[in-house]
Design a protein around this ligand. Sequence first.
Ligand code: ADP
Length: 619
Amino acid sequence: MSWSIRWKVAIGTLVAVACGLLIAGWMTVRSLEQRALTQFGETLEAKAKLVEYGFLALFHSSTPAVTLSRLQDIARDLGIRSSARITLIASDGTVLADNAVRDVDIPTLENHASRPEVSQALATGQGQDVRPSHTTGERTMYHARLLRVPHDRAPWVVRVALPLAQVDRLSDELKRQLLLAIGVAFLLTVTLSIWLAHSITKPLSEIASAAQALSTGNSTMRIRTTAQDEVGLLASTLNQMADQLHTKIEELSEDRAQLLAVLTSMVEGVMVLDARGHVLQINPALERMFGISRVDARGRPCAELFRHQRLNNLVTTILQARTPHEDEIVLPLSGRHLHIEASPAGGERDNEACIVLVFHDVTDVRRLEKIRKDFVANVSHELRTPLTSIKGYVEALLDGGKDDPSVAGRFLNIILKQSDRLNLIIEDLLELSKIESGQISLKEEPIDVRALVDRTLSTIKPIADRKIHRLVTALDPSLPLIAGDDDRLVQVLTNLLDNAIKYTPEGGTITLGAASAPSPYTSDPTPNAIDLFVADTGIGIPEKDRPRVFERFYRVDKARSRDLGGTGLGLAIVKHLVEGHGGQVWVEANHPQGSRFVVRLPIKGGKRSLAQWNQDNIV
Ligand code: ADP
């Protein structure tokens, strides 16, 4: 059991005061008793002197002869006068007279020589003793004096005795009074000590509960005290400490909130590890990148959490070297590329920030880099093919071919064809480049689909006729106006029809149609888009190639495309323009034969800046 300071102080004070009172009382009683006894002894001695004087009168010449009965009479007389018991004892201890004993019993009294006061008186002239009386049984004080008998007779001893009952009564009374006084003093002390303990411990209790509140995080608590003593000093020191703590906590909270805001809003993933490589902190971006939760991650070893060899190696290296390092990893499941910058943070102990790793998602950058590399390689390849051919035929002409007019004519025709092809590629590349750099801005005007179809067909018909194709239109009777760029949509349809003509053997059927459709971007089934489609009865596109035909320079059959004068850029341009209108384009199989290209455009238009679109969707 633990006692509060209040009780310790109260009980301690009480015990100390009680002990003090008891000791003082006991000493007082003893000293007063002693004093009373001394006074009693002195009175007895005075009485003994008077009694001695009374007996000495016996020996004057005028007095009758000394007999035992006369001694007894004098003893009785002196006893009445002095209110004491008087005993006269011969020097051999025989009792000669005693006023407390009947005359007849005197001879039967035992010898008194061994009584301490008697033997003392015989030896020194006087003696004193306190003991219970043989005769009365009461506690009695005896005082004996040597009585020098004249005529060279042996001295007698005169003894005066008084019971100490009076002194004992006085002492008992004294003890009672003192006990009462001690009791009252004790009660007063109880009250006083409780008040004292309360007044001392009250501010201490307040300080204790304030300190407790402080320890539970309530840094706003303050102790109110008017005390000017050490307790007051302690309280004001504690208040100052709480003030400082409060300020520090607020500063830390602000710092923490700012840090958390920064960490939370960062696009980059951040992870903080301690000196053992255990995770201390990760931010939401990192949670998303690795599909883990902060709660699960905290405190776990990085190696166990991510199980990524390259990341582990990086962490191990920086833990050992304590110098900044960087690396790039690829996540096995998502295939995302993460560039990691790891820097030492200085902490050496467990739970102290030792390394900070910042993860940048560079997947898009790497994808763009690859696309650009592939594009450059493709462009070089596409340009080199006609150039090599032109160079070859020019050399052949120079080597003598020019001298043979029929060979020269044939070679020059080939050179012309290859130059046209080169020109076509460069034109298409320039067109794509214009679209990508945002130089082409799409208009958003109301377009009558029927007029759009007619306009396209009039430009494409001569080319279709050359291959004896049948051009068919399939238009819904009630088509709404759509918002878009008339010229660019003609370009889209012309490209698709041009392909259909190219990749359909002579005598095929090419259908250009339009129908209402649901929006490409909402789940609302009400038709708020238009599907424009170009279907042919040509060679078709294998299913695996369909998603890729919109990539730059992707061709299902390279040789056939080249023979037919294709550049591999037509569908890429189509895709850019359609998506620039907020639409979609895809290809599917046409039944029973051929391909069917569908362009879905929102009726209200959904024009996006082509430069913006290009940033998001470079293919
Ligand atoms: P190209 O100039 O080679 O035609 P495109 O970008 O227009 O380039 O087309 C890409 C490839 O898609 C073509 O090389 C061809 O293999 C295929 N393709 C396009 N349209 C059709 C079609 N109507 N029928 C069959 N294949 C087609």
